[in-house]
Design a binder for this molecule. Structure first.
Ligand SMILES: Nc1nc2c(ncn2[C@@H]2O[C@H](COP(=O)(O)OP(=O)(O)OP(=O)(O)O)[C@@H](O)[C@H]2O)c(=O)[nH]1
Ligand SMILES: [Mg+2]
Length: 439
């Protein structure tokens, strides 16, 4: 028999209401040791009563979900109370005294999975939802929660099942030429699987942007206004600005959310020839930041003509970039070319347009929030492995049907690690341990 578990399900300290949740066979029994109310407790009906905390009594609401009609599929009791952290903790303590056990991280959802209430993929989407910081990420988590990825991977598994059946049948009729026809047909279908896996992997790149945000390096020669631009973009005076060349030495970071996507900006030391040791280190750091970024803003001082430093910088950049001509409030010597934008970091002109340009450059119209997005590193790894396994099969096209069949089964199993179809205890435990307690 499963233990009856308890946890606070709402973030402690935030919000006016806290929810304490219990799940397991003894949930109602434990609850009624402390909860007094008038009238009968009926499933799915909120009931007002008093909870005996020992020293005090707390007015609260209780609701009972009878198995299997609950989140976990077990008997569930939830208390809603208005008290702050202390009262919430006390209530939880009382339930533990009464026989419940403190839940481990993710245990509620693990039970929901074990009782067939949610798929493994949905469970992971719930983790993402809990941990997500920006709106875009949340939406992608929700879209996954509706089981889209799961459905897609299930379909791929079904395709493979059909293939396996086809091979199975043909092995019963081992005429030579028949076999060749089957082989062609197998590889034709396998190619479809390969394409679909590749498509999912391409989408995953976008998902990484949603989850971790985009790394944007601000580079340019000294004094063009990189630090001023960082400050303008994040709306905060984070980086030091002076009229002296070589002000910035360390990389300064600032982030904003734009259209639900996190933009992480990195202001760097101006790149130029320098004899100063500290500045040299700063310039090395700039180059490293450049390497790690997804997008680069190359900043020019529009009030001056381009010089050798500007040209050298342009040469070392091998990433997608946007040229930003700063100081448009001053005398204009540089005319914007295609894919260039003029701004004034000092007077905060065109900053909004720059953000929009950044957004469009990275995302273009590739992100489809309703589309299929893998939000999670573990799923991604399995899809990558499955794709590799399929690629390998193409390299051994002439192997016997038995061997091909075995290799295809391997792919099936790999995908099963996402849908939960292979029910390997190991992965299941790993996933659920990532939940916060109470979910
Ligand atoms: N007129 C005008 N001046 C600007 C603008 N942006 C920056 N400046 C000035 O240019 C000087 C250098 O600005 P910073 O932001 O420190 O330039 P930086 O590129 O970070 O310089 P380093 O860190 O030394 O490489 C300061 O005096 C700023 O006030 C602008 O849009 N218009
Ligand atoms: Mg600077």
């Amino acid at each position: 028999m499963n233990k009856t578990i308890v946890a606070v399900s709402t973030p402690l300290g935030k919000g006016a209401i806290s929810i304490v949740r219990m799940s397991g066979e003894k949930a109602l029994e434990v609850a009624l040791k402390f909860f007094n109310c008038k009238g009968q407790v009926e499933p799915r009906k909120m009931i007002l009563g008093e909870f005996d905390l020992g020293d005090a009594k707390e007015k609260c609401l209780m609701v009972y979900f009878k198995a299997p009609f609950s989140y976990t599929g077990e008997d569930v009791v939830e208390f809603q109370l208005h008290g702050g952290i202390t009262v919430t903790r006390m209530l939880q303590e009382r339930l533990i005294e009464g026989g419940a056990t403190l839940a481990e991280a993710g245990e509620f959802s693990k039970r929901a999975f074990e009782n067939g209430k949610i798929s493994l993929d949905e469970a992971e989407a719930i983790i993402d939802e809990i941990n997500s910081e920006s709106e875009g990420e949340l939406r992608s988590a929700l879209s996954s929660a509706s089981g889209k990825l799961h459905e897609k991977i299930r379909n791929l598994q079904n395709q493979l099942t059909n293939l396996l059946a086809e091979i199975e049948v043909s092995m019963d009729y081992p005429e030579e030429d028949e076999n060749e026809i089957v082989r062609d047909s197998i590889f034709e279908k396998l190619q479809q699987t390969q394409r679909e896996l590749e498509e999912i992997l391409n989408n995953a790149k976008q998902a990484r942007f949603i989850k971790n945000g985009i790394k944007i390096a601000l580079v340019g020669k000294a004094n063009v206004g990189k630090s001023s631009l960082l400050n303008a973009l994040i709306g905060e005076n984070k980086a030091i600005v002076t009229s002296t060349e070589g002000t910035t030495r360390d990389v300064v970071e600032g982030s904003i959310d734009y259209n639900g996507i996190r933009l992480n900006f990195y202001d760097t030391a101006g790149i130029r020839e320098s004899d100063n040791d500290i500045e040299k280190i700063g310039i090395e750091k700039s180059k490293k930041t450049l390497e790690e970024s997804d997008l680069v803003l190359i900043i020019y001082d529009g009030s001056e003509n381009l010089n050798k430093n500007d040209e050298n910088i342009k040469k070392i950049i091998k990433k997608p970039f946007i040229s930003v001509i700063n100081k448009q409030d001053k005398l204009r010597k540089l005319k914007p070319q295609e894919n260039e934008i003029t701004v004034s970091a000092l007077q905060k002109q065109n900053i909004q347009q720059l953000k929009q340009k950044i957004f469009e450059t990275i995302i273009k119209d590739k992100i489809d929030f309703n589309g299929l997005i893998v939000t999670n590193e573990r799923q991604l790894q399995h899809i990558k492995t499955a794709k590799k396994q399929v690629d390998e099969i193409f390299k051994v096209k002439n192997e016997s049907l038995e061997i091909l069949s075995m290799l295809i089964k391997k792919v099936w199993n790999e995908l099963g690690k996402i849908t939960g179809e292979t029910e390997n205890e190991d992965i299941i435990s790993v996933i659920f341990s990532k939940f916060c307690v109470g979910k």
